[in-house]
Design a protein around this ligand. Sequence first.
Ligand SMILES: [Zn+2]
Length: 321
Amino acid sequence: MRAKRSKKYRKLMHQYELAFGFREPYQVLVDSNLLRAVHSFKMDLIPALERTLQGQVKPLLTKCSLASIMAGQPTNPRTNNTVRPDFLPPPTTVPLRHCSHNEDSTPIDEAECLLSLLSPLSEVKKNKEHYILATSDPPANTKSNAQQEAGKKRKRGDDEGFQALKRAQGLRRGARSIPGVPIVYVKRSVMILEPMSAPSEGIRDGVEEDKLRTGLADRDARKKEGADSGEKKKKRELKKPKAPNPLSVKKPKKRADEKPGAKRERTGDEVDKRDFEKAAEDGEAAPKAKRRRRHKGARQVETGEDGNEATPTAPVEATAD
Ligand SMILES: [Zn+2]
């Protein structure tokens, strides 16, 4: 299972590299929920990320994520500093990603902050900085256990948990809508790399198509450079089928118009007939005799039937005189 999954993830990250230009070390934006989940499941953050992403990673925590983590923390009365929670790794492990969303740089909602870093431009959704989002659902189990113990506080706590869950799901949904954002999340103590979102797949397929097209264009260019005569031949071949068609359409029309005159001139039989007619005018009775033969033969067949003396050859010879 693990080998199969790592192979799948390696393939997926390779696609992100080809289609979106991801390079190691991968910049991973980790959010507060991921840090909580990693801590609660006793995972080792960087090795877990590197196993999942099949490469070197550079985790980053935004200023707004840090603010949301520190917001609920008590202050140390001695130093008057906010106590760092156990799940927050030291800045040497997870450096701070400075972000500024407003004039006085006050932190904003964590999910909004992360989405604005994943897609800085409002017009075009694009993960310019090649960030990977590492997130998780809020640790609902531990909370609900605590709430079950607390009894009365359960309802309000469930509401808060539900809101936190909604925010976490909203963050992932938002990240999926930006093409080229690999999403890592922890689910039941397993770190998962999500399959490509539909917008990411769209870009990836577009890149592959472009590569195919440019490949074909290069081939065409090589052909043109290699053989100019071949190109001319192609043009002629294109013209040829176009040209004969109108001609072949016109020709039968002309023939139909010229049929009466042309046929007499062309057919040998009719030339012969003309000769015969000329000959008849000169006084030779060969064609007339032929006509008489037919008439008389027909009549004689009829008469022959009547008179029982019907030999077809004899009357022809007789009328030839
Ligand atoms: Zn921020």
